[in-house]
Design a protein around this ligand. Sequence first.
Ligand SMILES: [Zn+2]
Length: 384
Amino acid sequence: MSTTLFVKTTLGARYDLGDDHPFTPLRRELAAELIEAYGLLDRDDVEVLDPEPATDEEITRVHAPAYVAAVKRFGEQPALASSLEAAQWGLAAGGDTPAFAGMHEAAAAACGAALAGARAVWEGRADRALVCGAGLHHAFANKAAGFCIYNDPAVAIQGLLDAGAERVAYIDIDVHHGDGTQWIFYEEPRVLTASVHESGRYLFPGTGGLAERGVGAAEGTAVNIPLPPYSGDGPYRRAVEEVIVPAVRSFRPDVIVTQDGADPHHSDPLAHLTVTMPTYPHVYRVLHELADEVAAGRWVALGGGGYTFDVVPRAWALLFAEMVGAELDPQLPESWLESARERTGQRLTPRLLDDVEPVVPEGDRARADAEGNAVVDQAAALLR
Ligand SMILES: [Zn+2]
């Protein structure tokens, strides 16, 4: 029997950038509750883990010790976030990643969870693991960015290398470029980073162009597919199937780590791709088959972005269902809907895959898909 882990991040502090911040922990809490409401955590082939936060030693395998010390200091005294020094570390008040009380403990919890999932998969205690509270891919080795303090995907990947993995493939399907993870391993030939995202010309963090391919011995181990705004399901699926899949296949990784940000959806307030709900299970299936084909099934899936309560829980429930091989009732559990509506104060779509037609300025849809397909073709040509 194959085993899938569901890894929680409840130990350590709450990752809370403030009540009005889009990266509220409520997103992943609702996702975990939906997964639970569907009964997926009660299965015999599912184990739930709630690991300890990562240690300083584990975090500084990736992050500069001086940066970790600063995160601890500003987390103890968030009022210092108005200082110039806070800005130097990416933690300025009013910035996108303002210092908050307990931020070291919260970010270390995400790292600990990602590491625990990765180690369980590497040591054969589980085949796959999902960590909804991880996937903070914008953090740099010495700077916070884009809501991310520590780069838990990088900490998990480094942990896999330290444990003896020879090659790790990182696949980032979040709408934003997986910049932090890419730069941390830009000179590391043992790590392939592949990211499909909205083009940096239009969206944070501004990087992830076709020309970013890794350097030195690692040339060719960074793969980017920057799609123009309004690109829809077609180019997004092709980017995964016709660029990322062959790149990972020829890299022959021992294990696959995915960052599964749910923000490519057309309703996401922070970006402009026009992906629709049915693309999520389609892409999760492709990732699952890829892990089975090239990495003996070893798959560590991390959450990431996604800023609507209507999409994130449904997307990650579909992801976990794919991982355990479960068929979900298309109608969401009534108990979950009721409680989620109450907690969010929002109307929520009652069915898993229901969606509406994306709203796109006249004429832009066809142009965006044509340009998106051309980018996919260029990225595929670079692999050869
Ligand atoms: Zn994102």
